[in-house]
Write a protein that binds this ligand. Structure first.
Ligand code: BJW
Length: 240
């Protein structure tokens, strides 16, 4: 793919670069995207029905087994060329902020410093009854596990449909995106709110918005540049 010279210039001269990432950036690390890649036993389940408080209430064992499967995939995964290119970009643009919808921690493992997690982290846990984060929790083998303090159920500290996003993270994300002069939106289907609104806010503020995705999304008609392809291929080329 040939990167338009205008786009390279725009990135080079950006003073406040923001990045919004979704599951697609981790696809090349072997972490299935949220919507497309349920495999094996899990192919029969709809992920949008599993990632809900209602599903956890009705069948905590099933929901836990799904997360345990995904935790294993994340543990085995390594950051890919796309994550690493963003680390490199941060060296040139120290104010770069990554706002991620991903729960896999791969940006941090790659070495990115300013990462805002909108939807939590699959490797952090909390008590579903008291909402207490269990920092030092030694994962129990029993599924579903119980809180050592109140015996309530433990759950992954991720944001399910119908739940509010962490207030501080959302505020920080809005700030970074509203202040940005260039926003790169990478590997997201742009379907899930409120994250899907963030690029629209950047556009309203006059930022240049660049989308990287092999597929079109509802955002595609609105962006300044749409780079059709895998982020692991395209992002390293943006640095050249
Ligand atoms: C590649 C690639 C490669 C592949 N390179 N790219 C307004 C209107 C309508 C509904 C709502 C609304 N406001 C709120 C809602 C309800 C709901 C919502 O948005 N529903 C929509 C589905 C319509 N939102 C919420 O409930 C949110 N809470 C909230 O707003 O609270 C207040 C409120 C509640 C209720 C009503 C009103 C207000 C919470 C959303 C939480 C989302 N949580 C999840 C699960 C996290 C835990 C887990 O993973 O198990 O977060 S859902 C899931 O979607 C996950 C993701 O972070 C998120 C976004 O998905 P993402 O990252 O875009 O992935 P995919 O799979 O969709 O797409 C991958 C993309 O990559 C594709 O485009 C590929 O083409 C591309 N790709 N390979 C680059 N190599």
């Amino acid at each position: 793919m040939i990167i338009p010279a205008e786009l390279t210039q725009c990135l080079k001269h950006s003073k406040r670069l923001a990045i919004l990432t979704g599951a697609g950036i981790s696809a090349e690390s072997g972490v299935p995207t949220f919507r497309d890649a349920q495999t094996g036993l899990w192919a029969q389940y709809n992920p949008t029905e599993l990632a809900t408080p209602e599903a956890f209430q009705q069948n905590p064992k099933l929901v836990w087994e799904w997360y345990a499967w995904r935790q294993q995939l994340v543990a085995k995964a390594e950051p890919n060329a796309g994550h690493l290119a963003l680390v490199e970009l941060e060296h040139h643009q120290p104010s770069l902020t990554i706002v991620t919808q991903n729960i896999d921690g791969l940006h941090q493992r790659a070495g990115s410093n300013r990462v805002i997690e909108l939807h939590g982290n699959i490797n952090r846990f909390k008590c579903a009854t008291e909402n207490r984060i269990l920092e030092q929790w030694e994962k129990q083998t029993a599924i579903p596990p119980h809180c050592p303090y109140c015996n309530g159920l433990i759950r992954p500290d991720v944001v399910w449909f119908g739940e509010s996003l962490p207030v501080f993270a959302l505020e920080q994300a809005l700030q970074a995106i509203e202040r940005s002069d260039v926003l790169l939106t990478i590997g997201t289907s742009a379907l899930v709110q409120p994250a899907a609104t963030l690029p629209l806010k950047a556009l309203q503020q006059g930022a240049t918005v660049i989308e990287i995705n092999p597929e079109t999304t509802p955002l595609t008609p609105c962006v300044h540049f749409s780079l059709r392809g895998k982020s692991g291929d395209i992002l390293p080329k943006l640095l050249k």
